[in-house]
Design a protein around this ligand. Structure first.
Ligand SMILES: Cc1ncc(COP(=O)(O)O)c(C=O)c1O
Length: 422
Protein backbone atom coordinates (compact mmCIF):
# COMPACT_ATOMS: atom_id res chain seq x y z
CA UNK A 1 0.00 0.00 0.00
CA UNK A 2 1.41 3.40 -0.93
CA UNK A 3 2.05 5.75 2.01
CA UNK A 4 0.28 8.56 0.17
CA UNK A 5 -2.93 6.60 -0.18
CA UNK A 6 -2.83 5.48 3.42
CA UNK A 7 -2.27 9.11 4.49
CA UNK A 8 -5.28 10.17 2.41
CA UNK A 9 -7.37 7.45 4.02
CA UNK A 10 -6.31 8.36 7.56
CA UNK A 11 -7.05 12.02 6.86
CA UNK A 12 -10.55 11.18 5.60
CA UNK A 13 -11.20 9.11 8.73
CA UNK A 14 -9.84 11.84 11.01
CA UNK A 15 -11.95 14.53 9.30
CA UNK A 16 -15.00 12.29 9.43
CA UNK A 17 -14.43 11.77 13.15
CA UNK A 18 -13.96 15.49 13.79
CA UNK A 19 -16.61 16.96 11.52
CA UNK A 20 -19.22 14.20 11.26
CA UNK A 21 -19.17 11.76 14.16
CA UNK A 22 -16.25 10.20 16.09
CA UNK A 23 -18.39 7.29 17.37
CA UNK A 24 -19.17 6.20 13.85
CA UNK A 25 -15.47 6.03 12.98
CA UNK A 26 -14.69 4.18 16.21
CA UNK A 27 -17.44 1.62 15.51
CA UNK A 28 -16.26 1.07 11.93
CA UNK A 29 -12.65 0.60 13.08
CA UNK A 30 -13.69 -1.88 15.78
CA UNK A 31 -15.66 -3.89 13.20
CA UNK A 32 -12.71 -3.79 10.75
CA UNK A 33 -14.76 -1.94 8.15
CA UNK A 34 -13.15 1.50 8.29
CA UNK A 35 -12.71 1.44 4.54
CA UNK A 36 -12.90 4.58 2.47
CA UNK A 37 -14.48 3.54 -0.79
CA UNK A 38 -12.79 4.55 -4.02
CA UNK A 39 -13.28 2.41 -7.15
CA UNK A 40 -16.55 0.48 -7.51
CA UNK A 41 -17.45 -2.04 -10.19
CA UNK A 42 -19.94 -4.93 -10.51
CA UNK A 43 -20.16 -6.78 -7.20
CA UNK A 44 -17.01 -5.15 -5.84
CA UNK A 45 -15.77 -2.02 -4.12
CA UNK A 46 -12.15 -1.01 -3.54
CA UNK A 47 -10.80 0.80 -0.52
CA UNK A 48 -8.71 3.91 -1.16
CA UNK A 49 -5.65 1.80 -0.42
CA UNK A 50 -6.56 -0.64 -3.21
CA UNK A 51 -8.02 -3.49 -1.11
CA UNK A 52 -10.90 -5.20 -2.93
CA UNK A 53 -14.12 -6.24 -1.19
CA UNK A 54 -17.07 -8.17 -2.56
CA UNK A 55 -19.87 -5.89 -1.43
CA UNK A 56 -22.56 -7.87 0.35
CA UNK A 57 -23.81 -4.77 2.17
CA UNK A 58 -24.64 -2.47 -0.78
CA UNK A 59 -26.21 0.21 1.41
CA UNK A 60 -28.73 -2.45 2.45
CA UNK A 61 -29.71 -3.30 -1.07
CA UNK A 62 -29.24 -0.16 -3.15
CA UNK A 63 -27.00 -1.67 -5.79
CA UNK A 64 -29.11 -4.37 -7.44
CA UNK A 65 -27.66 -3.47 -10.85
CA UNK A 66 -24.12 -3.52 -9.47
CA UNK A 67 -21.72 -0.88 -8.25
CA UNK A 68 -21.22 2.02 -10.67
CA UNK A 69 -23.06 0.22 -13.44
CA UNK A 70 -21.53 1.50 -16.69
CA UNK A 71 -24.76 1.41 -18.70
CA UNK A 72 -26.62 3.48 -16.11
CA UNK A 73 -23.67 5.85 -15.79
CA UNK A 74 -23.78 6.41 -19.56
CA UNK A 75 -27.55 7.03 -19.45
CA UNK A 76 -27.02 9.62 -16.72
CA UNK A 77 -24.11 11.27 -18.56
CA UNK A 78 -26.20 11.52 -21.72
CA UNK A 79 -29.11 12.99 -19.78
CA UNK A 80 -26.81 15.59 -18.22
CA UNK A 81 -26.01 16.93 -21.69
CA UNK A 82 -29.59 18.21 -21.95
CA UNK A 83 -31.47 18.03 -18.67
CA UNK A 84 -31.34 19.09 -15.07
CA UNK A 85 -33.67 17.93 -12.29
CA UNK A 86 -36.61 19.78 -13.78
CA UNK A 87 -39.19 21.93 -12.02
CA UNK A 88 -41.17 19.79 -9.63
CA UNK A 89 -44.38 21.76 -10.07
CA UNK A 90 -44.63 21.28 -13.82
CA UNK A 91 -45.31 18.04 -15.70
CA UNK A 92 -42.44 16.32 -17.49
CA UNK A 93 -42.00 13.60 -20.07
CA UNK A 94 -39.51 11.76 -17.85
CA UNK A 95 -41.86 11.67 -14.85
CA UNK A 96 -44.72 10.48 -17.05
CA UNK A 97 -42.57 7.77 -18.71
CA UNK A 98 -41.37 6.36 -15.40
CA UNK A 99 -44.87 6.40 -13.86
CA UNK A 100 -46.19 4.51 -16.90
CA UNK A 101 -43.36 1.97 -16.61
CA UNK A 102 -43.96 1.49 -12.88
CA UNK A 103 -47.65 0.85 -13.57
CA UNK A 104 -46.58 -1.78 -16.12
CA UNK A 105 -44.11 -3.68 -13.92
CA UNK A 106 -45.76 -3.48 -10.50
CA UNK A 107 -48.22 -6.26 -9.66
CA UNK A 108 -51.97 -6.23 -10.21
CA UNK A 109 -53.76 -2.94 -10.67
CA UNK A 110 -51.19 -0.65 -9.04
CA UNK A 111 -51.16 2.35 -11.31
CA UNK A 112 -50.47 5.90 -10.05
CA UNK A 113 -47.25 7.27 -8.62
CA UNK A 114 -46.18 10.02 -6.25
CA UNK A 115 -42.43 10.63 -6.34
CA UNK A 116 -39.93 11.34 -3.61
CA UNK A 117 -36.17 11.46 -3.22
CA UNK A 118 -35.74 8.83 -0.49
CA UNK A 119 -37.34 5.80 1.12
CA UNK A 120 -38.59 7.47 4.28
CA UNK A 121 -40.29 10.09 2.15
CA UNK A 122 -42.02 7.37 0.10
CA UNK A 123 -43.32 5.76 3.30
CA UNK A 124 -44.47 9.11 4.68
CA UNK A 125 -46.39 9.66 1.45
CA UNK A 126 -47.95 6.18 1.68
CA UNK A 127 -49.20 6.76 5.21
CA UNK A 128 -50.51 10.23 4.37
CA UNK A 129 -52.32 8.83 1.33
CA UNK A 130 -53.83 6.02 3.44
CA UNK A 131 -55.13 8.46 6.04
CA UNK A 132 -56.30 10.97 3.45
CA UNK A 133 -58.08 8.41 1.31
CA UNK A 134 -59.72 6.32 4.02
CA UNK A 135 -60.37 9.29 6.36
CA UNK A 136 -59.32 6.94 9.17
CA UNK A 137 -56.32 7.31 11.44
CA UNK A 138 -54.89 4.05 12.81
CA UNK A 139 -51.79 2.50 11.31
CA UNK A 140 -50.84 -1.07 12.23
CA UNK A 141 -47.13 -1.91 11.86
CA UNK A 142 -44.79 -4.74 12.86
CA UNK A 143 -42.17 -5.10 15.55
CA UNK A 144 -38.60 -5.02 14.15
CA UNK A 145 -39.99 -3.13 11.13
CA UNK A 146 -37.83 -0.55 9.41
CA UNK A 147 -39.38 2.13 7.25
CA UNK A 148 -36.98 5.10 7.56
CA UNK A 149 -36.36 7.98 9.92
CA UNK A 150 -38.77 10.63 8.66
CA UNK A 151 -41.95 11.58 10.56
CA UNK A 152 -44.62 9.03 9.71
CA UNK A 153 -42.07 6.35 8.80
CA UNK A 154 -40.29 6.70 12.14
CA UNK A 155 -43.61 6.20 13.92
CA UNK A 156 -43.94 2.85 12.12
CA UNK A 157 -40.45 1.57 13.01
CA UNK A 158 -40.41 -1.40 15.37
CA UNK A 159 -37.25 -0.47 17.21
CA UNK A 160 -37.63 1.66 20.33
CA UNK A 161 -34.04 2.99 20.32
CA UNK A 162 -34.67 4.90 17.08
CA UNK A 163 -37.88 6.44 18.39
CA UNK A 164 -37.55 7.15 22.11
CA UNK A 165 -35.36 10.31 21.88
CA UNK A 166 -38.01 11.96 19.72
CA UNK A 167 -41.24 11.07 21.46
CA UNK A 168 -44.07 11.86 21.34
CA UNK A 169 -44.29 10.60 17.76
CA UNK A 170 -47.37 10.44 15.54
CA UNK A 171 -50.46 9.20 17.37
CA UNK A 172 -52.54 6.26 16.19
CA UNK A 173 -49.75 3.75 15.48
CA UNK A 174 -50.18 0.18 16.82
CA UNK A 175 -47.33 -2.35 16.89
CA UNK A 176 -47.91 -6.09 16.37
CA UNK A 177 -45.52 -9.06 16.15
CA UNK A 178 -44.32 -9.69 12.59
CA UNK A 179 -45.58 -12.85 10.91
CA UNK A 180 -48.63 -13.26 13.17
CA UNK A 181 -51.88 -12.64 11.27
CA UNK A 182 -53.97 -13.21 14.38
CA UNK A 183 -52.19 -10.26 16.05
CA UNK A 184 -53.03 -8.07 13.04
CA UNK A 185 -56.66 -9.18 13.28
CA UNK A 186 -56.78 -8.23 16.98
CA UNK A 187 -55.10 -4.84 16.38
CA UNK A 188 -57.41 -3.76 13.57
CA UNK A 189 -60.54 -1.74 14.22
CA UNK A 190 -63.13 0.28 12.30
CA UNK A 191 -60.61 3.16 12.46
CA UNK A 192 -57.69 1.29 10.85
CA UNK A 193 -56.49 3.23 7.82
CA UNK A 194 -53.70 0.85 6.85
CA UNK A 195 -51.43 -2.03 7.75
CA UNK A 196 -47.83 -1.38 6.72
CA UNK A 197 -45.35 -4.23 6.34
CA UNK A 198 -42.13 -5.18 4.63
CA UNK A 199 -42.90 -8.48 2.82
CA UNK A 200 -39.55 -9.69 4.18
CA UNK A 201 -38.03 -7.64 6.97
CA UNK A 202 -34.56 -6.42 6.06
CA UNK A 203 -33.13 -4.36 8.90
CA UNK A 204 -35.13 -6.51 11.34
CA UNK A 205 -32.98 -9.53 10.43
CA UNK A 206 -34.16 -10.97 7.08
CA UNK A 207 -37.40 -12.27 8.55
CA UNK A 208 -39.40 -14.25 6.01
CA UNK A 209 -43.04 -14.59 7.13
CA UNK A 210 -45.07 -17.82 7.02
CA UNK A 211 -46.58 -18.39 3.58
CA UNK A 212 -50.15 -17.67 4.69
CA UNK A 213 -49.26 -14.38 6.43
CA UNK A 214 -49.44 -11.79 3.66
CA UNK A 215 -52.51 -13.35 1.96
CA UNK A 216 -54.31 -13.33 5.33
CA UNK A 217 -53.32 -9.71 6.09
CA UNK A 218 -54.55 -8.78 2.61
CA UNK A 219 -57.89 -10.41 3.44
CA UNK A 220 -58.10 -8.64 6.80
CA UNK A 221 -57.46 -5.25 5.16
CA UNK A 222 -60.27 -5.90 2.68
CA UNK A 223 -62.58 -6.96 5.48
CA UNK A 224 -61.87 -3.75 7.44
CA UNK A 225 -61.81 -1.47 4.38
CA UNK A 226 -58.25 -0.61 5.30
CA UNK A 227 -55.33 -0.31 2.90
CA UNK A 228 -52.37 -2.67 2.71
CA UNK A 229 -49.07 -0.81 2.31
CA UNK A 230 -46.13 -2.99 1.34
CA UNK A 231 -42.72 -1.43 1.74
CA UNK A 232 -40.51 -2.98 -0.94
CA UNK A 233 -37.73 -0.46 -0.58
CA UNK A 234 -35.29 -3.28 0.20
CA UNK A 235 -37.05 -6.27 -1.35
CA UNK A 236 -38.01 -4.66 -4.66
CA UNK A 237 -36.41 -4.75 -8.10
CA UNK A 238 -35.54 -8.44 -8.38
CA UNK A 239 -33.72 -8.79 -5.05
CA UNK A 240 -35.70 -11.86 -3.94
CA UNK A 241 -35.87 -13.62 -7.31
CA UNK A 242 -39.08 -11.90 -8.41
CA UNK A 243 -39.38 -8.29 -9.54
CA UNK A 244 -41.29 -7.60 -6.29
CA UNK A 245 -41.30 -9.85 -3.25
CA UNK A 246 -45.09 -9.73 -2.84
CA UNK A 247 -45.31 -11.74 -6.07
CA UNK A 248 -44.01 -14.80 -4.18
CA UNK A 249 -47.31 -14.87 -2.32
CA UNK A 250 -49.57 -13.50 -5.08
CA UNK A 251 -50.49 -10.50 -2.91
CA UNK A 252 -51.18 -7.07 -4.42
CA UNK A 253 -50.95 -4.18 -1.97
CA UNK A 254 -53.00 -1.00 -2.29
CA UNK A 255 -49.84 1.07 -1.93
CA UNK A 256 -46.28 0.01 -2.73
CA UNK A 257 -43.22 1.98 -1.64
CA UNK A 258 -40.04 1.83 -3.73
CA UNK A 259 -36.65 3.51 -3.42
CA UNK A 260 -33.05 2.29 -2.97
CA UNK A 261 -32.29 0.25 -6.11
CA UNK A 262 -34.70 2.32 -8.19
CA UNK A 263 -31.89 4.90 -8.37
CA UNK A 264 -29.26 2.31 -9.32
CA UNK A 265 -26.91 3.63 -6.64
CA UNK A 266 -26.40 6.66 -8.85
CA UNK A 267 -29.30 9.01 -8.30
CA UNK A 268 -31.72 9.37 -5.36
CA UNK A 269 -35.32 8.70 -6.28
CA UNK A 270 -38.30 7.02 -4.65
CA UNK A 271 -41.84 6.20 -5.68
CA UNK A 272 -45.10 5.53 -3.88
CA UNK A 273 -47.27 3.56 -6.28
CA UNK A 274 -50.98 3.07 -5.58
CA UNK A 275 -54.24 1.86 -7.05
CA UNK A 276 -56.20 4.14 -9.36
CA UNK A 277 -59.21 4.54 -7.04
CA UNK A 278 -56.91 5.99 -4.38
CA UNK A 279 -56.25 8.87 -6.77
CA UNK A 280 -59.77 10.05 -5.81
CA UNK A 281 -57.99 11.61 -2.87
CA UNK A 282 -55.28 13.35 -4.91
CA UNK A 283 -57.33 14.56 -7.89
CA UNK A 284 -59.10 17.35 -5.95
CA UNK A 285 -55.84 18.50 -4.32
CA UNK A 286 -52.88 17.58 -6.52
CA UNK A 287 -50.45 19.77 -4.56
CA UNK A 288 -51.06 18.26 -1.13
CA UNK A 289 -47.80 16.29 -1.08
CA UNK A 290 -44.81 17.97 -2.74
CA UNK A 291 -41.11 17.20 -3.01
CA UNK A 292 -38.64 19.53 -4.73
CA UNK A 293 -36.18 16.76 -5.61
CA UNK A 294 -38.74 13.95 -5.80
CA UNK A 295 -38.93 12.27 -9.19
CA UNK A 296 -36.46 14.67 -10.74
CA UNK A 297 -36.09 14.35 -14.49
CA UNK A 298 -32.54 13.01 -14.09
CA UNK A 299 -33.71 10.53 -11.45
CA UNK A 300 -36.51 9.28 -13.69
CA UNK A 301 -34.08 8.73 -16.58
CA UNK A 302 -31.79 6.73 -14.29
CA UNK A 303 -34.71 4.71 -12.90
CA UNK A 304 -35.92 3.83 -16.39
CA UNK A 305 -32.39 2.70 -17.31
CA UNK A 306 -32.24 0.61 -14.10
CA UNK A 307 -35.55 -1.14 -14.82
CA UNK A 308 -34.48 -1.75 -18.41
CA UNK A 309 -31.18 -3.24 -17.21
CA UNK A 310 -32.92 -5.56 -14.72
CA UNK A 311 -35.38 -6.79 -17.34
CA UNK A 312 -32.88 -7.12 -20.18
CA UNK A 313 -30.38 -9.06 -18.09
CA UNK A 314 -32.93 -11.29 -16.36
CA UNK A 315 -31.65 -10.24 -12.94
CA UNK A 316 -34.64 -11.73 -11.09
CA UNK A 317 -33.84 -15.19 -12.42
CA UNK A 318 -30.11 -14.65 -11.86
CA UNK A 319 -30.84 -13.64 -8.25
CA UNK A 320 -32.82 -16.85 -7.80
CA UNK A 321 -30.02 -18.99 -9.23
CA UNK A 322 -27.24 -17.29 -7.28
CA UNK A 323 -29.43 -17.56 -4.19
CA UNK A 324 -29.57 -21.33 -4.71
CA UNK A 325 -25.79 -21.48 -5.09
CA UNK A 326 -25.40 -19.60 -1.81
CA UNK A 327 -27.95 -21.90 -0.17
CA UNK A 328 -25.97 -25.03 -0.98
CA UNK A 329 -22.91 -23.44 0.66
CA UNK A 330 -24.91 -22.25 3.68
CA UNK A 331 -26.24 -25.78 4.20
CA UNK A 332 -22.66 -27.09 4.34
CA UNK A 333 -21.69 -24.34 6.80
CA UNK A 334 -24.72 -24.96 9.04
CA UNK A 335 -23.79 -28.65 9.24
CA UNK A 336 -20.09 -27.94 9.86
CA UNK A 337 -20.45 -25.10 12.42
CA UNK A 338 -23.58 -25.69 14.53
CA UNK A 339 -21.98 -23.75 17.43
CA UNK A 340 -21.85 -20.68 15.22
CA UNK A 341 -24.66 -20.80 12.71
CA UNK A 342 -28.17 -21.45 13.94
CA UNK A 343 -30.17 -20.95 10.75
CA UNK A 344 -30.24 -19.20 7.39
CA UNK A 345 -33.20 -17.07 6.27
CA UNK A 346 -33.32 -16.34 2.58
CA UNK A 347 -35.28 -15.44 -0.54
CA UNK A 348 -33.10 -15.09 -3.62
CA UNK A 349 -30.24 -12.75 -2.80
CA UNK A 350 -31.85 -11.39 0.35
CA UNK A 351 -30.02 -13.51 2.89
CA UNK A 352 -29.57 -13.52 6.64
CA UNK A 353 -27.29 -15.72 8.71
CA UNK A 354 -28.58 -16.21 12.22
CA UNK A 355 -25.56 -16.74 14.45
CA UNK A 356 -25.86 -18.42 17.81
CA UNK A 357 -25.11 -15.27 19.80
CA UNK A 358 -24.77 -11.50 19.61
CA UNK A 359 -20.97 -11.43 19.89
CA UNK A 360 -20.54 -13.41 16.67
CA UNK A 361 -21.95 -10.80 14.24
CA UNK A 362 -19.29 -8.16 14.96
CA UNK A 363 -16.51 -10.77 15.12
CA UNK A 364 -17.56 -12.30 11.79
CA UNK A 365 -17.86 -8.85 10.20
CA UNK A 366 -14.19 -8.22 10.98
CA UNK A 367 -13.00 -11.63 9.86
CA UNK A 368 -14.96 -11.34 6.62
CA UNK A 369 -13.54 -7.86 5.98
CA UNK A 370 -10.03 -9.29 6.50
CA UNK A 371 -10.92 -11.79 3.75
CA UNK A 372 -12.26 -9.16 1.34
CA UNK A 373 -16.00 -9.49 1.98
CA UNK A 374 -18.09 -6.57 3.19
CA UNK A 375 -20.99 -8.03 5.18
CA UNK A 376 -22.29 -6.31 8.28
CA UNK A 377 -24.55 -7.48 11.10
CA UNK A 378 -28.00 -5.87 11.11
CA UNK A 379 -28.73 -2.73 13.10
CA UNK A 380 -31.53 -4.42 15.02
CA UNK A 381 -29.60 -7.50 16.08
CA UNK A 382 -25.83 -8.16 16.04
CA UNK A 383 -26.46 -11.91 15.98
CA UNK A 384 -27.64 -11.61 12.37
CA UNK A 385 -25.44 -11.07 9.34
CA UNK A 386 -27.24 -9.59 6.35
CA UNK A 387 -25.95 -10.54 2.90
CA UNK A 388 -27.38 -8.49 0.02
CA UNK A 389 -24.80 -8.52 -2.78
CA UNK A 390 -25.43 -6.85 -6.14
CA UNK A 391 -27.64 -9.05 -8.28
CA UNK A 392 -24.93 -9.10 -10.96
CA UNK A 393 -22.71 -11.21 -8.68
CA UNK A 394 -21.06 -14.04 -10.63
CA UNK A 395 -20.91 -17.72 -9.62
CA UNK A 396 -17.15 -17.33 -8.98
CA UNK A 397 -17.82 -14.39 -6.66
CA UNK A 398 -20.52 -16.36 -4.81
CA UNK A 399 -17.93 -19.09 -4.24
CA UNK A 400 -15.44 -16.49 -3.03
CA UNK A 401 -17.94 -15.20 -0.44
CA UNK A 402 -18.67 -18.77 0.69
CA UNK A 403 -14.93 -19.50 0.99
CA UNK A 404 -14.50 -16.34 3.09
CA UNK A 405 -17.39 -17.40 5.33
CA UNK A 406 -15.91 -20.87 5.73
CA UNK A 407 -12.43 -19.46 6.53
CA UNK A 408 -13.86 -16.95 9.02
CA UNK A 409 -16.00 -19.60 10.72
CA UNK A 410 -13.11 -22.05 10.91
CA UNK A 411 -10.98 -19.40 12.61
CA UNK A 412 -13.81 -18.33 14.92
CA UNK A 413 -14.65 -21.90 15.91
CA UNK A 414 -11.27 -22.06 17.69
CA UNK A 415 -12.14 -19.00 19.80
CA UNK A 416 -14.14 -18.59 23.00
CA UNK A 417 -17.69 -17.31 23.39
CA UNK A 418 -19.62 -19.48 20.95
CA UNK A 419 -23.02 -21.04 21.58
CA UNK A 420 -26.24 -19.34 22.59
CA UNK A 421 -26.38 -16.11 24.62
CA UNK A 422 -27.18 -16.73 28.30
C1 LIG B 1 -37.69 -1.33 4.05
C2 LIG B 1 -37.17 0.07 4.13
N1 LIG B 1 -38.03 1.10 4.11
C3 LIG B 1 -37.60 2.37 4.17
C4 LIG B 1 -36.26 2.68 4.26
C5 LIG B 1 -35.81 4.11 4.36
O1 LIG B 1 -35.18 4.51 3.19
P1 LIG B 1 -34.26 5.81 3.20
O2 LIG B 1 -33.04 5.49 4.02
O3 LIG B 1 -33.96 6.05 1.75
O4 LIG B 1 -35.08 6.92 3.81
C6 LIG B 1 -35.33 1.63 4.28
C7 LIG B 1 -33.89 1.92 4.38
O5 LIG B 1 -33.08 1.07 4.70
C8 LIG B 1 -35.79 0.29 4.21
O6 LIG B 1 -34.95 -0.74 4.24
Amino acid sequence: MSDDLNTLKQRALADFAEFVNPMKVRTMKAAGIDLIEERRDGACTWDLTGKRFIDCQTGSGIMNVGRHNREIVEALKKALDTYDIGVFLVCSRQKADLARKLAEITPGDLKCTVYGAGGGEAVDAAIKIARGYTMKTEIVYADKAYHGHTGFALSAIGRAAYKEPFEPLMPGFKQVPFGDAQAVREAMSADTAAVILEPIQGEGGINVPPDDYLPEVRRLCDEHEALLILDEIQTGFARTGRMFACEHWGVVPDILTLAKSLGGGLYPISATVFKEEINDFFIPHPFVHLSTFGGSDLGCIVALAVIDYIEKNGLAEHARLMGERFRAGFDRLTAAYPDLLLEVRQKGLMMGLQYTNTSIGPRMTKKLADRGVLAIYTGNDPSICRLMPPLVITPAEVDEVLAALEGAMRELSGEKGLGKDD
